[in-house]
Write a protein that binds this ligand. Sequence first.
Ligand SMILES: NC(=O)c1ccc[n+]([C@@H]2O[C@H](COP(=O)([O-])OP(=O)(O)OC[C@H]3O[C@@H](n4cnc5c(N)ncnc54)[C@H](OP(=O)(O)O)[C@@H]3O)[C@@H](O)[C@H]2O)c1
Length: 234
Amino acid sequence: MSQQNYVVVGGSKGIGLGLTERLLARGGDVTVVSRSADQLPNNPNLHHLVADVTQDTINAADLPGTIHGLAYCPGSINLGPLRGLKSEAMTSDFQLNVVGAVTCLQASLAAMKAAGNSSMVTFSTVAVCQGLPMHASVAAAKGAVEGLTRSLAAELAPKIRVNCVAPSLTDTPLAEKLLASDQKRAAMAERHPLKRIGTVDDIAAIAEFLLTDVSGWITGQIIGVDGGMSSVRA
Ligand SMILES: NC(=O)c1ccc[n+]([C@@H]2O[C@H](COP(=O)([O-])OP(=O)(O)OC[C@H]3O[C@@H](n4cnc5c(N)ncnc54)[C@H](OP(=O)(O)O)[C@@H]3O)[C@@H](O)[C@H]2O)c1
């Protein structure tokens, strides 16, 4: 198989870093777009583009000329009650989760078309299909990500597939505060039918599957990877 080029926006930490490591292990060439790079491994097939997707313009010229897979991983978990919801915080959740995904795809589009067949993966949350208290802002932004995913899948078929992974609580830097003690970890694990929280590998494995040709007949899907949270009552 010819060299496969991937762009992982938010590939410097958490799920995106796990995905980057998997894509490198299968011989892919990976461009990570993020603000920091200190946790990235040394690898000749790994390139880093410093950018804050909420402020900087990503130029197509800074990305590979052909892109077989694009993952958009930046996201937020801003939780709080309705009375404290600020429009600025909601707007910034929307900017990071939704608008950033659109601008990164726009910058990548010509190179994805040049690849012949390409795939994009976005990230939602279990809090879209399950109403969870205190999740209004993130659920609204991620609900938009799900709508965006389906719409883009329709618009870009048949050459570009677009799918979304919807995790429940996963052990990454983003979830640090929610998992800050053994008691919190145990309580969070107990809420899931499979009685544990997610690992980076649980989620990165599905993202890798969706980015590569083994999932070549899947598009427009929102795939829950959530310990059974979205659909099972234990
Ligand atoms: N972890 C969970 O429990 C959980 C649950 C449900 C859904 N999700 C979703 O899954 C996705 C991945 O989550 P995660 O837990 O792996 O997140 P994470 O640990 O916070 O990692 C996010 C990645 O995005 C990058 N990033 C964040 N803001 C950025 C910006 N403004 N510009 C450029 N890069 C930016 C970060 O790198 P830099 O800081 O270096 O820029 C990092 O590489 C997110 O969309 C999240 O909403 C996660």
